[in-house]
Design a protein around this ligand. Structure first.
Ligand code: ACO
Length: 320
């Protein structure tokens, strides 16, 4: 039994913050941001908008494309680092919001920017095992809530959004393999250093801290390795990949991975310019964009890859 992507969806909140807006907030410039990251703008939630609101819109779009109703879904997995509440999980809130019947499973996955790849890998294994048949997999984030808008090193990078896929059991090949990894020794290079059980009194005033140069170096090296691992596992050549759908953090990291694959940028889905780094939402956002604009077609081979805090990293090879 395989799992196959039956539909995709995504959503970006309506409020836009451009690089020129940021020039008025911190000591930066449109040229610097575009040159170093490729980002032109980011979408930011309104005061009362939450991760679950974004997830709901992306999920509804994916279900519509897949031709599935709430009655069909028997598992909901939300990849997020910015859940609405400590608990219940965003997945449980979404299950209620979408009126998905109770009794199926619902849970969140936290692997920061690799969250969607982790969630997809888990969903694939549930379907392969025969325990579930139709899974809603969502990456949804409100990164703007954990960004220090006075820190030019980080505030220019992140944005909010959500992307979703519906995975269904199929006898035809869909997800060919997933590869999930982590190395907690790198925990201090990228973090929000407060939480529910550590420095809870600082939670509202603690934001993303990042050693950008170090993150960049490890990301480029690690993403190259995971491309090799994924291809070798499937006995495929670089030239067999039709589309690279990478985590959208920085155009320079994406270009380095494409170079490693000897892949023309014409076959790399790049959306980072339009929404910045939306963490766990970025891969399904890019996937949905390229499916809806007709670039990605049924039967093509896609390589999804992500890297993020933890560090965590992973990939999925998919026959779409
Ligand atoms: N505007 C203007 N100048 C800036 C800005 C800014 N927004 N941010 C930093 N600078 C300055 C720095 O202060 C530094 O100045 P100095 O030389 O006077 O000290 C100078 O620019 C160069 O800083 P670097 O950090 O060396 O710049 P770099 O070329 O490495 O680019 C960046 C920084 C974009 C953060 C890069 O390191 C990067 O993309 N790293 C990966 C980080 C990332 O993607 N994190 C997301 C989570 S992990 C993931 O998703 C992969």
């Amino acid at each position: 039994m395989f799992s196959r992507i039956a539909g995709t969806g995504s959503y970006l909140p309506s409020k836009v913050v451009t690089n020129h807006d940021l020039e008025k907030m911190v000591d930066t410039s449109n040229e610097w941001i575009i040159d170093r990251t490729g980002i032109k703008k980011r979408h930011i939630v309104g005061d009362n908008e939450t991760t679950c609101d974004l997830a709901e819109k992306a999920a509804r779009a994916a279900m519509e494309m897949a031709g599935k109703t709430a009655q069909d879904i028997d598992l909901v997995i939300v990849a997020t680092t910015t859940p609405d509440l400590v608990f219940p999980s965003t997945a449980c809130l979404l299950q209620r919001r979408l009126e998905i019947k109770g009794g199926g499973a619902a849970f969140d996955v936290q692997a920061v920017c690799t969250g969607f790849v982790y969630a997809l890998g888990i969903a694939d294994k549930f379907i392969q095992s025969g325990s579930h048949r139709c899974v809603l997999v969502i990456g949804a984030e409100t990164m703007s809530r954990i960004v220090d808008w006075t820190d030019r090193n980080t505030c220019v990078l992140f944005g909010d959004g959500a992307g979703a896929v519906v995975l269904e059991a199929s006898e035809e090949a869909g997800i060919l393999s997933t590869h999930l990894h982590a190395d907690g020794h790198y925990a201090d290079l990228l973090k929000v250093d407060a939480g529910i059980s550590k420095q809870p009194e600082l939670l509202a005033s603690t934001f993303i801290e990042m050693r950008g140069n170090d993150v960049f170096r490890v990301a480029v090296k690690t993403l190259g390795r995971i491309v090799d691992e994924t291809l070798a596992h499937n006995q495929l050549e670089k030239s067999d990949i039709n589309w690279l759908v990478p985590h959208q953090a920085n155009i320079r990291i994406i270009k380095a991975t494409a170079k490693k694959l000897k892949m023309s940028m014409d076959h790399v889905v790049v959306t980072v310019g339009e929404h910045g780094n939306t963490s766990g939402a970025s891969i399904p956002l890019a996937l949905d964009t390229a499916v809806r604009d007709g670039r990605i077609k049924r039967g093509e081979i896609l390589l999804l890859e992500g890297f993020g805090g933890g560090f965590t990293w992973g990939s999925a090879l998919i026959k779409f």
